[in-house]
Design a protein around this ligand. Structure first.
Ligand code: SF4
Length: 246
């Protein structure tokens, strides 16, 4: 979907906002991505690990029972790891993957003891309303809680997580669910971070800020650690405003 089609659709995802807004992403990088520009090869290992672990978690919840014993949690998780961890593509990140999976199992063992209903109401659910679209990793109606799994280094919540969590809460509520709590589970560190109260107004302004810039054709560079090694369009970005024949 190119920029015009994206604007016409009018649905903003948390990943769009986080990839676009200069504090967490880069408007120019977002535009190059939407245009489908071919770029340089960059290391996608961290992204692939995140996607692999999310798929494994969905597989785990597809197999686990409503009232599992500790042994069942460990057994199902071991089976999913053996079957679904992408050893071939993620050899260099295997240790990180093992640590994330171990912390996931520990979190689930703890959740089994403390939550009245173990199985989630939704997993990896793609939701949309008239303003937002996104994938909710986990939601429990009885616990009124949604969870987002993170495999990166997350020690505190930034605006990017607040946008994400508030969009999930909003969409869940617009679909008849109750999401009073939103937890970010940092699987690499084992930390659980609870989202503070975020107002509808704040999220609405973040959405309007992005839409306004895109409508006005404002795609400034936002140089950061995203540039080196991670941004496939470093070259396009450098020559974007340069006329090569002058
Ligand atoms: S190189 Fe940096 S500033 Fe340029 S588009 Fe990529 S992320 Fe943005």
């Amino acid at each position: 979907m190119n920029v015009e089609e994206w604007l016409k659709r009018g649905l903003v995802s948390p990943s769009d906002m986080n990839a676009f807004l200069p504090e967490s992403g880069c408007p120019m990088k977002w535009k190059f991505g939407k245009e489908g520009r071919p770029g340089m090869q960059t290391d996608k290992g961290a992204m692939m690990l995140g996607s692999n672990i999310h798929d494994m978690i969905a597989m785990y919840f597809g197999r686990i029972s409503d009232r599992p014993t500790e042994a069942a949690i460990r057994g199902v998780a071991d089976g999913v790891w053996d079957e679904a961890f992408n050893e071939r593509e993620l050899r260099e990140l295997k240790k990180r993957g093992e640590r994330c999976w171990k912390n996931f199992v520990n979190f689930e063992l703890d959740r089994r003891r403390t939550w009245k209903v173990y199985k989630p109401t939704l997993t990896e659910a793609r939701l949309k309303d008239d303003k937002y679209v996104g994938i909710v990793d986990f939601h429990s109606d009885p616990q009124k809680t949604c969870i987002d799994w993170k495999t990166g280094n997350l020690n505190y919540l930034r605006d990017s997580e607040l946008r994400q969590g508030k969009v999930y809460q909003t969409m869940l509520e617009n679909h008849g669910h109750t999401a009073e709590r939103c937890l970010f589970v940092a699987l690499y560190t084992g930390r659980v971070l609870e989202m503070p109260v975020v107002t509808d107004g704040w999220l609405g302004r973040e959405r309007a800020r992005m839409l306004g810039m895109v409508e006005r054709g404002e795609f400034p560079r936002a140089e950061s650690g995203l540039c080196h090694g991670w941004c496939p369009w470093q070259l396009d970005c450098t020559v974007n405003d340069i006329c090569l024949w002058m």
